[in-house]
Design a protein around this ligand. Structure first.
Ligand code: TYD
Length: 208
């Protein structure tokens, strides 16, 4: 978001790729440098967003694919307008789990809407807002699944999808990163936590 003085960093990747751990480590490091950090996530991040999150992740039974795409877009519209943009305008650093690339990769993996349509819908919802840096934690879905199994948490609707869905999600993310190499930092999420954190810090340092 070049019109502002803040810095907006999003984390993307499949379920179990380690986004939350890396976002937390980055938050601690940025705060230690003296900047104010807003840590947030999609779906969720606002009260309205948490209500939408409950529908998209925990509703029992099918949600029509176009309805699901619109719910994520509605969450995004409210989140960007009321939480992300104001923080960036205050000059803060926003560190966010998932953004519109997740919609393109996940809702696109359902193969009902095409990637360009989903992206355009999200861009309309967010009034064109794109992050300064998007960190993609790329991981083989089988390795990610082993991590999720070890965590022993109940699966949400998307985590419970079949292996080929998660393979398509991964391919979707990699295609997005290839299309926008300037915005994306793609990392092999099988690396140790410290090595990943260091790679992320070196990408962010010049921007702080
Ligand atoms: P996630 O953010 O990974 O939460 P947790 O760490 O608590 O599991 O889960 C959100 C799920 O929502 C994830 O499976 C991906 C999915 N998702 C979409 O399908 N589309 C989107 O636009 C977003 C933001 C998330």
């Amino acid at each position: 978001m070049s019109a502002t003085t803040g810095l907006w960093i999003t984390f993307e990747g499949g379920d179990g790729s380690g986004k939350t751990t890396q976002a937390r480590l980055l938050q601690e490091w940025v705060e230690a440098s003296g900047r104010t950090v807003v840590r947030t996530r999609e779906p969720g991040g606002t009260e309205v967003g948490d209500l939408i999150r409950d529908i998209v992740l925990h509703h029992r039974g099918d949600i029509a694919p176009r309805a699901e795409a619109l719910l994520y877009a509605a969450d995004r519209a409210h989140h960007v307008a009321t939480h992300v943009r104001p923080a960036l305008e205050r000059g803060e650093v926003v560190i966010q789990d998932r953004y519109l690339d997740s919609s393109v990769a996940y809702q696109g993996a359902g193969r009902v809407l095409d990637a360009a349509e989903i992206r355009d819908l999200s861009l309309w919802a967010a009034d064109g807002a794109l992050p300064d840096v998007t960190v993609l934690l790329d991981l083989d879905p089988a390795a990610a699944r082993a991590r999720l199994d070890a965590a022993d948490k109940p699966f949400d609707r998307l985590e419970a999808e079949k292996a080929d869905f998660h393979t398509r999600v991964r391919e979707g993310f990699l295609a997005l990163a290839a299309a926008e190499p300037g915005r994306f930092l793609v990392l092999d999420a099988a690396q140790p936590v410290d090595a990943l954190a260091a790679a992320i810090r070196s990408r962010i340092t010049p921007l702080l």
